[in-house]
Write a protein that binds this ligand. Structure first.
Ligand code: SF4
Length: 218
């Protein structure tokens, strides 16, 4: 039987707003489902991610050829889309609940780079060298972080408890301010940005400001 993946959405072109490939053109594949929250508004405050603003519920079952066809249809033909910079972001929900070796190999072959945006609680299947793990760890009861990421993204202040572990690893550590008001606005956000800047100067972290939100793209 053909393997399918529950896909919430495939969209782009846009830019990667976070992490090592921030600012680069890309397409997004959002897989449905998450192990940190069931996605219902009434349970969000008690979840591991009370700031989550992503709709990852439901999804459509798609097989791998269909996913690749939909991605191909979104990639601009003219002008030259820049094959050395064009990437794909595999996100969720928690994408490693579903991603397998076949999906990662296919995306790695189709794009210059692929970022897996994971909470780190699921092991990553074997992957090509251009498929990267961006781990934004979450304190999920009974589900420890098990991946060894290519870089960390620590949400400040909610997940700051992971900072020591991230800094001990020797890979880049991004600190990203959360915003309770839905966008990069407001006094709480400004305070969280200040905390992040302090961590950059004190600990050598890198500031991650979700460029796509400033640019007004999805
Ligand atoms: S792990 Fe990510 S997608 Fe899942 S609830 Fe937390 S922030 Fe949202």
């Amino acid at each position: 039987m053909t393997r399918t993946y529950a896909v919430k959405e495939i969209f782009g072109p846009t830019i990667q707003g976070e992490g090592l490939h921030a600012g680069m053109p890309c397409l997004f594949v959002r897989l449905a489902g998450c192990n940190a929250w069931d996605g219902r508004a009434e349970t969000r405050a008690a979840s591991a991610c009370p700031y989550c603003d992503t709709d990852f519920r439901g999804g459509t079952p798609l097989d791998l050829p269909t996913i690749l066809l939909r991605l191909d249809a979104l990639r601009p033909r003219t002008p030259d889309p820049g094959p050395r910079t064009w990437g794909c972001v595999l996100t969720g929900g928690e994408p490693l609940l579903q991603a397998d070796q076949a999906l990662l190999a296919a995306l790695g072959a189709a794009f210059a780079w692929v970022d897996i945006e994971t909470n780190g609680t699921r092991p990553c299947p074997p992957r090509p060298a251009n498929v990267f793990i961006s781990c934004s760890p979450k304190a999920i009861t009974g589900q420890p972080v098990v991946v060894e990421p290519d870089w960390w993204k620590i949400l400040i202040p909610e997940q700051q408890a992971f900072l020591d572990r991230a800094l001990a690893g020797g890979t880049p550590v991004f600190v990203q301010p959360t915003c309770p008001d839905g966008g990069p606005v407001g006094s709480v956000y400004a305070e969280n940005v200040r905390r992040c800047v302090d961590l950059c100067t004190a600990e050598g972290c890198r500031l991650s400001l979700q460029l796509h939100k400033y640019a007004g793209v999805p």
